[in-house]
Design a protein around this ligand. Sequence first.
Ligand SMILES: Nc1ncnc2c1ncn2[C@@H]1O[C@H](COP(=O)(O)OP(=O)(O)OP(=O)(O)O)[C@@H](O)[C@H]1O
Length: 210
Amino acid sequence: MNTPSSASFPLLECRGLCFSRNEEAIFGPLDFRLEPGLALQVLGGNGAGKTTLLRVLAGLLSASQGEVWFEGQAVDQAHLARGCAFLGHLPGHKADLTALENLAFTAATHASSLRPEAALAEVGLAGFDDSLARRLSAGQNKRLALARLRLSAARLWLLDEPYANLDLDGIALVNRLIAAHVGGGGAVLLTTHGAYAAPPVPLQTLELRA
Ligand SMILES: Nc1ncnc2c1ncn2[C@@H]1O[C@H](COP(=O)(O)OP(=O)(O)OP(=O)(O)O)[C@@H](O)[C@H]1O
């Protein structure tokens, strides 16, 4: 079987993607592509289906209809769960582990060349190595989640409200991380309500309506 070169295909492509709950359409059908080196901002008011779309693309929910293609191949839910890095509303790390223990786990599972201590410093949490995650503030927890993202090897980042809970430095940090990831050939799909400045990278938008 010929394996297509990933360079000649979008990183992500959705064809007729729909999600329904109890026969009520939440979103779709959606058709869009996301090329490496770009970000796609999903816009929409409360309840429009932004989080649901990201959860489908992260392999956490099963689409009702349609196809998702990843690096030129139609993929199933399990493949999506392995292939993307997802930053959701919840931090997603272990509350009873320290900041550094959480990062060491991520670094080991992704064989990251970046040291966990360096990732912690990069997100402004130097000195919090031994702090339990459950003792961190909401913004510090978001920063720890961003450090985990930094250690991930995934080319596709799915960021649900990445600016939420962050101060101005934190918002600038998110923009720096997105710019570096996209500049390195990755791609980012992010949700916002449009209240924050968009990341400083080539940006497409996708509007969902409730
Ligand atoms: N677990 C659930 N069970 C039932 N309905 C749900 C569930 N999660 C979300 N919904 C419904 O699905 C719709 C889309 O929700 P979703 O969280 O995707 O919206 P959103 O665009 O992310 O909203 P927000 O901007 O408020 O975060 C809403 O009508 C919501 O009530």
